[in-house]
Design a protein around this ligand. Structure first.
Ligand code: NAD
Length: 496
């Protein structure tokens, strides 16, 4: 069986771990390869390679760095079909969706191609008499990226294009569930002309994550995953003085007001609830329906959901499997719990008949109505194809529900009332908001990030916040003496 190796200093290597994890095709249930799980020592090797590559990469001209980025972009765009196939084979999402995640990652590569403009500082002539001031931004050093299973290409690409363009070097620790995409990206960087050691990949679990968090040679950590691990990474990483952005889980609400276009809202709920089998941090998991239109909306959502084709992501289906058997069972357990708690089970996904060979990890889309905030199906991030409808009396109760939730990643409102939408935008305690848009993932030139338990640290991913995260500012005050200079003055410098 093939072993997926680490990528250190431009070369594939198994390291010294002796520990391996199974990688499965979720559509067939078959183990397709095994992945080496890095020891602390192997992780340290990757950190050392990145640290050694840093001085030269930091001093490489912006013009040259940008050329490498453009080459990477061209190669990625030309060969994205290979990457999409890898994603579908290890994650399970349908091919079209795999292409979608690559497109959103590529957007960040394209944004990072503009780094000369993004990184340039300011200059003030004569800030004080014959004194000039300018600012510069410099890279941090070794940047660790720790990513989740649900976007094996896009989430790493939220960070590394900007980090590399700014002059940092990388150790990426992707999810051990779908590790191959990271190696494919590493090989692509080499082909694009990136010097060895600038982009390294270690595969692994807690052992390698802890080695990254504790290493004094790692300057920053960009983490994306579940909330408990995000909090842990933030606390342990900042304890050793690192800059940390740790993006966590979500429970995204979609508020539907009585004046909304209910067909549009029903389409959106189905797309955002069941796309990628609900394994998206921006998935809608709670539809908050104002009572007056709730029956009609639930009927429209159910009618559309019944038409979805479930199966192997290579077969043109709408929705693929869950990532592992354990995760499928956990999600099925939530359906049991919702039923036991008294929610109305409109569509039960527990007996799927997917279009697939073998024994894949499938569930059909599940729809609950009359869900209340005390139920675990409402409180927990299920991360599966389970959509809950919570009924409210009106707009104010809807906003209160969204704001009472401990997560604050994304939310959406469906309405044709501009005033209501404006109030929603102004009052919700959530980082990313859609108005008649169900999955409001910001474009690469804005920044991605939630509030509350969806983000630890205060810097969002990519966009100008990403550029700031991966650089440190300096301000330089300069005086070149001219013949008028001279004299002692022990007072504090002022702007005379
Ligand atoms: P996860 O937290 O289990 O794993 C994320 C990463 O942390 C992986 O690389 C994993 O190997 C590592 N890890 C796991 N357990 C660890 C431990 N005990 N100590 C140290 N490291 C550990 O998350 P997942 O299941 O891979 O991904 C799904 C989660 O990610 C969901 O909660 C989802 O909402 C979240 N997510 C959030 C965003 C966002 O932008 N906020 C985006 C994508 C996914």
């Amino acid at each position: 069986m093939q072993t997926i190796q680490h990528w250190i200093n431009g070369t594939a290597t198994e390291g010294d771990a002796g520990r391996f994890g199974d990688v499965t095709n979720p559509a067939t249930g078959k183990v397709t390869s095994r992945v080496a799980l890095a020891s602390a020592a192997t992780t340290q090797e990757a950190i050392a390679a990145a640290a050694a590559a840093f001085p030269a990469w930091r001093d490489t001209s912006l013009a040259r760095r940008v050329q490498v980025l453009f080459s990477f972009r061209e190669l990625l765009n030309a060969r994205k079909g290979e990457l999409a196939a890898i994603i579908t084979a290890e994650h399970g999402k349908v091919l079209e969706d795999a292409f979608g995640e690559i497109a959103r990652g590529q957007e960040v590569v394209e944004f990072a191609c503009g780094i000369p403009h993004l990184i340039k500082g300011g200059y003030t002539e004569n800030a004080s008499t014959k004194v000039d001031v300018h600012s510069i931004r410099q890279p941090l050093g070794v940047s660790a990226i720790i990513s989740p299973f649900n976007f094996p290409a896009m989430v790493p690409m939220w960070f590394f294009p900007v980090a590399i363009a700014a002059g940092n070097t990388i150790v990426l620790k992707p999810s051990e569930k779908d590790p191959t995409a990271a190696n494919w990206l590493a090989a692509l960087w080499k082909e694009a002309g990136l010097p060895d050691g600038v982009f390294n990949v270690v595969h692994g679990d807690k052992e390698s994550v802890d080695a990254l968090l504790d290493s004094p040679d790692v300057a920053s950590v960009s983490f994306v995953g579940s909330t408990p691990i995000a909090k842990y990474v933030y606390e342990r990483g900042t304890a050793t003085g690192k800059r940390v952005q740790a993006l966590g889980g979500a429970k995204n609400h979609m508020l539907v007001l009585p004046d909304a276009d209910l067909d549009l809202a029903a389409d959106a709920a189905v797309n955002a609830g069941f796309g990628a089998a609900g394994e998206r941090c921006m998935a809608i998991s709670a539809v908050v329906a104002v009572e007056a239109i709730a029956d009609e909306l639930v009927a429209k959502i159910a009618e559309r959901t019944r038409t979805l084709r479930i199966g192997d992501g290579t077969r043109g289906c709408d929705m693929g499997p869950l990532v592992t058997a354990a995760h499928r069972d956990k999600v099925a357990g939530y359906i049991d719990a919702g039923e036991d708690a008294g929610a109305t089970l409109v569509l039960d996904g527990r007996n799927p008949s997917p279009d697939a060979e073998g024994d894949g990890f499938f569930l059909n889309p599940t729809l609950f109505d009359h869900v209340t905030p005390d139920m675990t199906i409402y409180q927990d991030e299920i991360f599966g194809p389970v959509l809950s409808v919570v009924r409210v009396d009106g707009f104010d109760e809807g906003i209160e529900l969204v704001n009472a939730n401990p997560y604050g990643n994304g939310t959406a409102i469906f309405t044709n009332d501009g005033g209501a939408a404006r109030r929603f935008e102004n009052e919700v305690t959530v980082g990313m908001i859609g108005i008649n848009v169900p999955i409001p993932v910001p474009m690469a030139y804005y920044s991605f990030g939630g509030w509350k338990n969806s983000l630890f640290g205060d810097t969002h991913a990519y966009g100008t916040e990403g550029v700031h995260f991966f650089t440190r500012g300096k301000v330089v005050t300069t005086r070149w003496q001219d013949p008028s200079h001279g004299g002692l003055n022990l007072g504090f410098p002022t702007n005379a």
